[in-house]
Write a protein that binds this ligand. Structure first.
Ligand code: BES
Ligand code: ZN
Ligand code: ZN
Length: 498
């Protein structure tokens, strides 16, 4: 989308449609006040109507009947001033842009939402762009009919303080880099497994690395065998697609120790020999969402040229029940030498992550964050509103928790006490790959903790990686993959201090 900035006197403009953010029960200042006066207090009247009231995400369309040059005004509710956050901006702008798309209009102007608040203008602009571009995302690659082509291709920001123009332009370009990263992650996750095999995702990652100035490398099946990566190798055995382990490196931090991101990349999870029920099995194309987020985040941090060394690792494989598939009872030798008894082949994510996490150790990282659609238990525990967080380092947990609050991608901590490790004891190997149904999120993370020797946080995105219905869903998250984690991790890294 093309986004520009305009300044001058609002009353002299003749925009097709202008969006104004309106608080509940407010007096109007700035642009809102000027327009309210010019329209004979039409905004004040609308604020009293029960269907609008300025409530968050409600919209209300006004026609100006030639009273001013601007043809139509879209009011969008910002809610109560005391509850105003960056999330209000994203929700309001997502909601406004969805209404505009419904009108069939292809360009519009935003007066800086909430221009009379204490929030810095660059944050308002950044989050307005994020709300708009994420709301407009559509995955219609495979539609030949009913393809919703209503697009908004031009957005203008009106600001009455010309000295802010360069600041605004900078915020717009940052927001667009972030949005492209989120929408890349959404595309990779939404892609059917037949067109997003480990090999195809590897090729895509290679192209992204070339375009964004990252170093690309990949471990083949043979190399992983040599490295004794028994997790990835065995999970891949039931499929005819070879596994891959993709490594993307952004080198912006001189000699500093890197931060490593690891993402679960099961391109399809049938459960393997411990086959899943067929109901909703199609959703398991999203079991690569963690890898998708890592690739999307790597593109973002590289394009933002962050002054850090960041490495993204994506172990990629299918989990299928083919004739050579691994089986319950098998014992696997992992990359760090530990042995695992397979109880359930559907607990495959932790096996591929274990190898990738153990491999990350060779980079002597200052921190490692993994993202994975790891357990159905996390969906039961937290639903779709929060990502599960577990880890061994309070400082890293704090950084991620506050990043989640700022970006509207909240995380919620569960305990990683040693007691839970008991549940993973095996009679024949160092550990089992499952610890029973109770505390399923925690036993999965406990399993992973056997493979880390650095500050580490695990994010279980099983409930947040894709949306299933429109109920309770944010206006900027269309149905399907959300790209969760790209904005959160980018926020953490943008403001990282070693
Ligand atoms: N990919 C699934 C987890 C999942 C389920 C994510 C539903 C999102 C929605 C994972 O590989 C899995 O199947 N985990 C098992 C673990 C169990 C066998 C211990 C699960 O959660 O049932
Ligand atoms: Zn599984
Ligand atoms: Zn899985």
């Amino acid at each position: 989308m093309e986004i520009n900035v305009d300044t001058g006197k609002i009353i002299e403009k003749n925009y097709e449609l202008l969006v104004l953010g309106i608080f509940e029960e407010e007096k109007y200042q700035g642009v809102n006040g000027i327009i309210n006066k010019a329209l004979d207090k039409e905004i004040s009247k609308k604020l009293k109507t029960p269907e609008f009231k300025g409530k968050l995400k409600k919209t209300c369309l006004l026609t100006t009947y030639g009273k001013i040059g601007i043809k139509r005004i879209l009011l969008v509710g910002l809610g109560k001033r005391k509850d105003f956050t960056l999330e209000s901006i994203r929700i309001a702008s997502g909601s406004a842009i969805n209404s505009i798309r419904e009108l069939g209009i292809t360009s519009c102007t935003f007066s800086i939402l909430g221009d009379d608040t204490k929030t810095p203008i660059e944050k308002i602009v950044e989050n307005t762009v994020v709300g708009c571009e994420l709301a407009l995302y559509q995955f219609n690659l495979y539609k030949t009919e009913d393809r919703d082509i209503r697009k908004i291709n031009k957005l203008l920001f009106f600001v009455d303080a010309p000295k802010s123009v360069s600041v605004i332009k900078k915020s717009i370009s940052i927001a667009q880099i972030i949005d492209n990263g989120v929408n890349l992650a959404r595309n990779l996750s939404n892609m059917p497994s037949s067109d997003a095999t480990p090999t195809q995702i590897t090729e895509k990652a290679k192209k992204i690395a070339r375009e964004s100035g990252m170093t690309f490398s990949v471990l083949s099946k043979k190399e992983m065998e040599k490295l004794s990566m028994g997790g990835i190798i065995n999970v891949s055995r039931g499929s005819s697609q070879p596994p891959k382990l993709v490594i993307l490196e952004h080198k912006g931090g001189g000699t500093a120790r890197p931060i490593v991101l690891v993402g679960k990349g099961i391109t399809f999870d049938s459960g393997g020999i411990s086959l899943k029920p067929s109901e909703k099995m199609e959703e398991m194309k999203h079991d690569k969402a963690g890898a998708a987020t890592v690739i999307g985040t790597m593109q973002t941090v590289a394009q933002l040229k962050l002054p850090l060394n960041i490495i993204g690792i994506a172990p990629l494989t299918e989990n299928l029940p083919g004739g050579s598939a691994y089986k319950p009872g098998d014992v696997l030798k992992m990359h760090n030498g530990k042995t695992v008894e397979v109880i359930n082949t559907d607990a495959e994510g932790r096996l591929i992550l274990a190898d990738a996490l153990a491999y990350a150790s060779k980079y002597k990282p200052q921190a490692v964050i993994d993202l994975a659609t790891l357990t159905g238990a996390c969906v039961i525990a937290l639903g779709s509103f929060a990502t599960g967080l577990l880890g061994n380092d309070n400082d890293l947990k704090k950084r991620i928790t506050s990043g989640g609050e700022i970006t509207g991608e909240p995380v919620w901590e569960l305990p990683l006490w040693d007691d839970y490790k008991e549940l993973l004891k095996s009679d024949v190997a160092d550990m089992k790959n499952v610890g029973g149904r109770p505390g399923g999120v925690i036993t999965a993370a406990s399993f992973l903790s056997n493979f880390v020797d650095y500050p580490w946080v695990h994010l279980d995105i099983a409930g947040t990686a894709w949306t299933q219905s429109n109920a309770g869903v944010k206006p900027y998250n269309p149905k399907g993959a959300t790209g969760v984690g790209v904005r959160l991790i980018t926020e953490v890294l943008r403001f990282w201090k070693s």
